[in-house]
Design a protein. Structure first.
Length: 344
């Protein structure tokens, strides 16, 4: 099993400067590169200080100048926000600038907050249909002279300019959850990225089962599957318990953004009270310690071995957590020093 880092800038209070947050983000990415991670993933979000990432290609091109070895992936672009020709062209341009290090993760998006602002009237079903039309077109546009007449997009013969740097183009990953999205990704010849969120080992197993079922009916080569999960390697039990409380706060805010019912001012959601944070039974610290990839080094190794035994090819260390930069850095370094050697 290989390892990658999934990271964004995240702003908790207005007094934090974006420049400081970006410098810290780059610092974490450099640590991952120097520590032997395979890839770095960063996504696309709009108007949210909770997750700051308006265009992942810009970020990845800059990271190419701060790192040497890691692959650089969009985790993920929101397909309905991109015309297929534009997505193919910008991915190709990034691939050229980075020396052929780009990987393209594609999703339908998740936040109705973003749909309302970028594509008013679009719902999750339509977003998924747009993604399914867009994703297969991208490699065809890279190949050249692609013409298309579809439900959402129509264009005459078009070729991505510039051309891609990598033979065949950057690997494509599809964010999948339900059986149909696994089937679509696998049958299209794409790799699969899954995110169990806080839902524990049962969801980890279910997502792998859906992937295996999709692969069983696929005549081509078996694609890869990557699992994205919140991760923290603690110095001791007390440190792990502190981290679990941080994830309780993080997921409470994640849920509030997802529900899209709370006032948002200048990109920041109205603060939750401590009572609201502690009241949600899904995000209790003891439950999160059980269901996320958090623990001491040996506890994290044991969880990762279970994922590896299930067949996951790659594990993405999701570092967004609302913790301080220093706590994130220390956890990431412990992962490199104390966890990764068990998988050498």
């Amino acid at each position: 099993m290989e390892f990658s880092l999934f990271a964004h800038m995240e702003r908790l209070t207005p007094d934090q400067s974006h420049q400081q947050l970006y410098d810290e983000f780059v610092g974490l990415c450099k640590t991952a590169d120097e520590g032997g991670f395979r890839a770095i993933w960063t996504g696309e979000h709009h108007g949210m200080e909770f997750t700051i990432a308006p265009n992942p290609f810009i970020t990845l091109v800059d990271l190419a100048h701060h790192t040497r070895n890691v692959r650089l992936g969009t985790g993920t672009v929101i397909a309905p926000f991109w015309h297929p020709i534009r997505l193919a062209g910008e991915a190709a341009m990034a691939d050229q600038i980075t020396g052929g290090r780009i990987e393209l993760g594609i999703a339908r998006g998740a936040y109705s907050f973003e749909y309302e602002r970028v594509m008013p009237g679009m719902d999750a079903w339509e977003a998924g249909q747009r993604m399914r039309e867009t994703a297969p077109l991208v490699p065809q546009i890279w190949q050249g002279d692609c013409a298309h007449q579809g439900e959402y997009y129509s264009f005459p013969e078009t070729t991505a300019v510039p051309s891609v740097r990598q033979d065949g183009g950057p690997p494509i990953w599809i964010a999948a959850r339900d059986p149909n999205s696994h089937e679509f990704g696998v049958q299209s010849g794409f790799n699969i990225q899954v995110t169990p969120l806080w839902q524990g080992m049962e969801e980890v197993e279910t997502l792998m089962s859906r992937f295996n079922s999709a692969c069983a009916t696929h005549a081509g080569p078996r694609p890869k599957i990557m699992m994205l999960h919140h991760t923290y390697v603690g110095a001791d039990a007390d440190d792990v318990a502190t981290a679990a409380r941080s994830f309780q706060r993080y997921y409470s805010y994640f849920s509030a953004w997802f529900q899209n019912q709370r006032p948002i001012r200048k990109g920041m959601i109205d603060p939750l009270t401590e009572e609201e944070i502690t009241a949600n039974p899904m995000f209790q610290p003891d439950t999160l310690m059980r269901d996320l990839t958090i623990g001491t080094a040996q506890q994290v190794i044991d969880k990762l071995k279970r994922y590896e035994d299930l067949g996951y090819d790659e594990f993405a260390f999701w570092i967004d957590s609302g913790m301080s930069f220093e706590r994130k850095r220390q956890s990431l370094q412990r992962f490199i020093d104390d966890v990764m050697p068990a998988f050498a």
